[in-house]
Write a protein that binds this ligand. Structure first.
Ligand SMILES: O=C(O)CCC(=O)C(=O)O
Ligand SMILES: [Fe+2]
Length: 270
């Protein structure tokens, strides 16, 4: 990360990277997503299912999407934040429309007693074991809705008082609390957050446009969630992943660095 990115990520808990995707990357990914949206259930690639608002394992629908897990703009940042021990563990594609009328309440990792999710700084290096990269394929404008974040909240030490920021959670026209920021990425932008950051999602207001983005989640390679170490992608998804993506999704001990991590630019073997 540049000194400016490092300062801003530490201060606010997120980064908004503009124009990350080339026109070609954007065109290919948008076309792949459109194919998914148009697909009937039995046309969906195996291991991908349509959920409430998107596609589980949607990253594996097309190589143009899978390649984003190791995109040259985000890869150095993912490595740096995980102290060179990254593990990719989830990749859902979201298509958020006006039809969903309730907001996603503010939330974050590490609320309550689950202290396993971390954010900290040591020897000038930021560390977090829960990183999310949101790749956007459509534009978000102020007033549209979508992601809201509470900058700086990844360093909170106290529980958030309920209803402090949304006294009227069911009123989509209520003014946004001044401490919250509505992030408005454009197609081709990326937002990187630590999941320790308090965030939520406002109702999507446009009726003629949706919000399409990919959620790529990374932990450390030795992080175990409450269910322990387990395969996160079903075998039919694993099967079609490139060896580099499989390596990225692999668990590993704390003292070992993956060969992949030694590379600054990773090209997927097709
Ligand atoms: O819809 C969004 O922008 C954020 C979704 C979310 O909270 C998450 O993926 O952790
Ligand atoms: Fe979240």
């Amino acid at each position: 990360m540049t000194p400016k990115q490092k300062y801003l990520f530490d201060l606010r808990g997120y980064l908004h990277l503009e124009n990350v995707l080339t026109p070609e990357e954007l065109g290919n990914t948008q076309a792949a997503i459109e194919r998914l949206v148009q697909a009937t259930p039995d046309e969906l690639p195996s291991g991908i299912s349509r959920g409430g608002e998107g596609f589980s394992n949607g990253f594996s629908a097309d190589k143009s999407l899978e390649a984003l897990t190791l995109h040259p703009a985000t890869w150095p940042i993912i490595k740096e934040l995980t102290w060179n021990k990254p593990r990719f563990n989830r990749g859902s594609l979201v298509v958020n429309t006006h039809e969903r009328q309730e907001m996603t309440p503010l939330h974050c990792a590490g609320e309550g007693f689950r202290w396993t999710r971390r954010y900290g700084v040591r020897d000038d290096q930021i560390f977090t074991n829960d990183v999310v990269a949101f790749f956007y394929f459509t534009d978000v404008y102020p007033g549209d809705g979508g992601l809201v974040v509470l900058p700086g909240s990844h360093k909170r030490e106290f529980a958030r008082p309920e209803n402090l920021f949304f006294p009227e959670p069911n009123n989509p026209d209520a003014p946004l609390h001044p401490a919250l920021v509505n992030v408005t990425p454009k197609a081709g932008d990326v937002v990187i957050i630590t999941e320790l950051l308090t965030h939520g999602v406002l109702v999507w207001k446009p009726t003629d446009r949706d919000r399409r983005f990919l959620i790529l989640r990374y932990k450390t390679q030795f992080f175990q969630d409450e269910r322990g170490i387990r395969e996160v992608f079903p075998p039919e998804v694993m099967e079609r992943l490139s060896p580099e993506t499989k390596a990225l999704a692999a668990y590993g001990p704390e003292w070992e660095e993956k060969d992949l991590v030694k590379q600054d630019k990773v090209i997927l073997t097709l």
